[in-house]
Design a protein around this ligand. Sequence first.
Ligand SMILES: NC(=O)c1ccc[n+]([C@@H]2O[C@H](COP(=O)([O-])OP(=O)(O)OC[C@H]3O[C@@H](n4cnc5c(N)ncnc54)[C@H](O)[C@@H]3O)[C@@H](O)[C@H]2O)c1
Length: 435
Amino acid sequence: MYKEIKGKIANKSAKIGVIGLGYVGLPLAVLFAEQKFEVTGIDTSQKRVKSIKNGKSYIMDIPTKTIAELTANKFLDATVDYSVVKQLDVIIICVPTPLSKTKEPDISFIMSAIKNIIKNRKRGQLYVLESTTYPGTTEEMLLPKFEEDGFKKDVDFFLAFSPERVDPRNKTYTTSNIPKVVGGVTRKSTMLTRELYSKIVEEVIPVTSSKVAEMAKLLENTFRSVNIGLVNELALMCEALHIDVWEVIDAAKTKPFGFMPFYPGPGIGGHCINIDPLYLSWKASLHGFNSRFIEIADNINSSMPRYVVNRVISALNKKRKPVKGCKILILGVTYKKDINDTRESPSFEILRLFREEEAEVSYHDPYIPTVRVDGHTFKSLCITDDILKKQDCVILATDHSSLDYKQLKNDAKLIFDTRNAFKQRGIVSKKIIRL
Ligand SMILES: NC(=O)c1ccc[n+]([C@@H]2O[C@H](COP(=O)([O-])OP(=O)(O)OC[C@H]3O[C@@H](n4cnc5c(N)ncnc54)[C@H](O)[C@@H]3O)[C@@H](O)[C@H]2O)c1
């Protein structure tokens, strides 16, 4: 079995399935298809499957032209039907791993995908989990499932974990040139997975177990969360000490070694940085371990939207304006600039808090026409001079490149810049206050 599947990967006759065609799964499916592997995406979303079948992309980093060409040439197909698993040699799982309401790992999407794979599997398949999850998931949760009905690892199947490190909209580092860590539940699983990814990425880094690979991903994202938490706290400290935190970071980053700049902001969004560390702290807590850094960073980062609101309230207060009834415009509801992903965006919490304060809050985002917050639907406002002049405060929450920063400076009465975006563009004014 090992030699057979290795041979199929080597000569590209291996049929590849990607489960979950989102920000991670679709770029991955495209990369394999571009290397002339026959790839089938499986997704529970009829809408996404239909879009791929019609040759259309719904992810900004993947042009529609690419999907159209790959589907026309039969290198890429999509389905909602798991029975296709029977025909596949390699199955890569890229489904969501959110948190439950109590902030605990919710691996139900992974387990549901596994259940459907097992119902339709054949002997000799390689399974790779890419969804970010706590260390031990592959060995403790997936392996026993795949071993059901007398199936044996290294004989009837191979299983590994390989973390995804994609950074949406990053033009320098994309899936193909970001080194890929792979860790199997056996040495043969690691070797096969290395073989597989070496077809699409420049460098593959094998590690000795799936646990190490899972933990490596969580170290990377915990590192980011903790450092962002640190710099957010420093921003609050600098405000109290009347020091410009942005200038401090610019000065510190001139050190050519031992320092890496992180920047404060209105809070962390996206499907990774604010979620993944809590997967780790949950797992650690099962072993009686208290992850203090993770907890503190999470506390600081999730308090940032309230801090932004309080700073704006205080700035309005100085103008003798109670926040109740004030017109507040939030610019940007995506979690970072120039993308169309709003998952976990701190702008939602800012919108919600201003609504709670009974301000007349609205938003503008060139990528997001409507959002729903607390059962209320907001429509993105079209920015005009007139609309800007009517606002009591404009909050720059996401520094999209397409915003007209000069127009904003000219027309808004008061701007709260959470990203230092105006100063970076050389636009300075007394009416612009910064985080
Ligand atoms: N987005 C990122 O930048 C990023 C980066 C690194 C790692 N990750 C990790 O990758 C995983 C996927 O994230 P994403 O951003 O691609 O999520 P996503 O929400 O964009 O995509 C997930 C897809 O899985 C589908 N899906 C859900 N359950 C399914 C099932 N049982 N069977 C088939 N399809 C199913 C959904 O319909 C959706 O299309 C997560 O674990 C995430 O933490 C994400």
